[in-house]
Design a protein around this ligand. Structure first.
Ligand SMILES: [Zn+2]
Length: 438
């Protein structure tokens, strides 16, 4: 049998898996190269070189490459332009488009590192560095998955797309949000979107809880601090509101459990975080010897971070906060307040019977020999834009990396995990394109 005949006798998937195994060094080098571009957000450092680095590689593999700056979107500015990259490579016949979307931004380094966070240190089968786990390792794995299919010259129908987008960590408005508004995450252009966020190599992440961020301000009347009875303290008003949150809302939220398979399990209920509180005079910096002047606070503000469940009604989330504020007002006629919504994304969950979920399930079974676990993320990620703006249901997160390591010091991604995930992504793609091994 000639080499060509031998190759033809093996299934496309077998060939692609072997190819992925042979690309291990390339996968590590690609991850290192990505980590060495310090795309820290905020402020949105080095987005352009990172987008161009990805674009150059995609071009070498035959993708048509486009760059899109998120002009006019939240976060974009001339000092730190929000540059996104998107490549598309099409097969010879028509078929589904499978899009792998990764965010290129990483969070600040923070303290406590034992290695250089931007060196891409390889140690004990792991690549270390800021963004290795969240999510440059996942991005590299998805690029290698498609490159293996291209290198094997598999005659696939449809197309692959790879995008590197900005600002996921700060809401994704100039990234996936911007592209989604322009049809890049909608049918007929795209059929399936896989976001290689670090949700574990054998888990498929179907969606996320809802999020409602709002600022609640209580308003008072300024007066001299020695005669507080002449004014109205906004801080005392806030205390009244917070007391109701503590005694009434928190116990109620505890009771609300969800059928969504959220990980970690502590998040399988409704939660509220009081993100910040500011009241009265502008804060005097710690260590300063400036003295405060005596005034009654005329304003106090809290920022609320409320995460809610698919079983709750979106309007109920704001409604129950307003109801508590109204109750304060009835009890204290001088109580005045304002609520300002900062952002709101309802919960979403791709159905289990989506062909995308089933294809990833089959890939996980083939690579690991056991069934996948379906999970839901406690916080949102760019899927929200794909579903809300792009109206594309068939979108999930699947990628290597351990969620708990995201944003931590000494963040890492396992090399074997990246290789295994690349195989799952390739196997799922071949299945969606009708080239699966039964
Ligand atoms: Zn991420």
């Amino acid at each position: 049998m000639t080499a060509t005949a031998r190759a033809a006798a093996r299934s496309p998937q077998e060939r692609v898996f072997e190819r992925i195994d042979s690309l291990g060094d390339d996968l590590v080098a690609l991850t290192q190269d990505l980590v060495r571009i310090p795309t820290v957000n905020p402020p949105g450092e080095a987005y352009q070189p990172c987008a161009e680095f990805v674009g150059e590689r995609l071009r070498r593999w035959g993708y048509d490459v486009e760059y899109h700056r998120g002009l006019g979107e939240r976060g974009d500015n001339d000092a730190y332009p929000r540059l996104n990259v998107l490549g598309r490579v099409a097969g010879r016949s028509s078929g589904p488009t499978i899009h792998f979307n990764s965010h290129i931004d990483v969070v600040e380094v923070g303290k406590g590192w034992s290695v250089d966070p931007f060196a891409g240190v390889v140690k004990d089968g792991k690549v270390y560095g800021r963004g290795t786990c969240d999510m440059k390792g996942g991005m590299a794995a998805s690029m290698i998955a498609v490159e293996a299919i291209l290198a094997e010259r598999i005659d696939f129908p449809g197309a692959f797309e790879i995008s590197g987008t900005v600002d996921e960590e700060s809401g994704g408005f100039a990234g996936v949000g911007f592209l989604a508004k322009r049809g890049y995450f909608s049918r007929p252009r795209v059929d399936y979107v896989i976001i290689p966020e670090p949700l574990h190599k054998d888990c498929v992440c179907l969606g996320h809880r809802g999020v409602w961020w709002a600022e609640v301000e209580t308003l008072g009347r300024i007066a001299h601090g020695s005669m507080p009875y002449l004014g109205v303290s906004a801080i005392r008003s806030m205390t009244r509101f917070l007391e109701k949150i503590e005694s009434r809302l928190y116990p109620a939220l505890e009771q609300r459990q969800t059928a969504m398979p959220v990980i970690p399990e502590g998040s399988r209920r409704s939660t509220l975080n009081i993100n910040s509180i500011h009241g009265g005079q502008v804060e005097i910096p710690r260590g300063s010897d400036a003295a405060p002047s005596p005034v009654v606070a005329d304003s106090c503000r809290v920022v609320l971070d409320r995460r809610y469940l698919i079983e709750e009604l979106p309007e109920q989330v704001e409604g129950e906060i307003v109801a508590l504020l109204e109750e304060c007002k009835r009890e204290h006629p001088q109580f005045r307040y304002a609520v300002r919504e900062i952002l709101h994304f309802p919960p979403n969950m791709t159905p289990d019977d989506s062909p995308l979920v089933q294809a990833l399930d089959a890939g996980i079974r083939q690579v690991f020999g056991y069934d996948s676990k379906h999970v839901v993320s406690p916080g949102t990620y760019d899927q929200k834009h794909v579903q809300r703006v792009g109206h594309l249901k068939d979108c999930v997160a699947y990628g290597p990396g351990i969620l708990d390591l995201a944003h931590q010091p000494d963040e890492y991604v396992g090399i074997d995990d990246m290789l295994a995930s690349a195989k799952v992504m390739a196997a799922a793609s071949l299945r969606l394109m009708g080239l699966a091994t039964p």
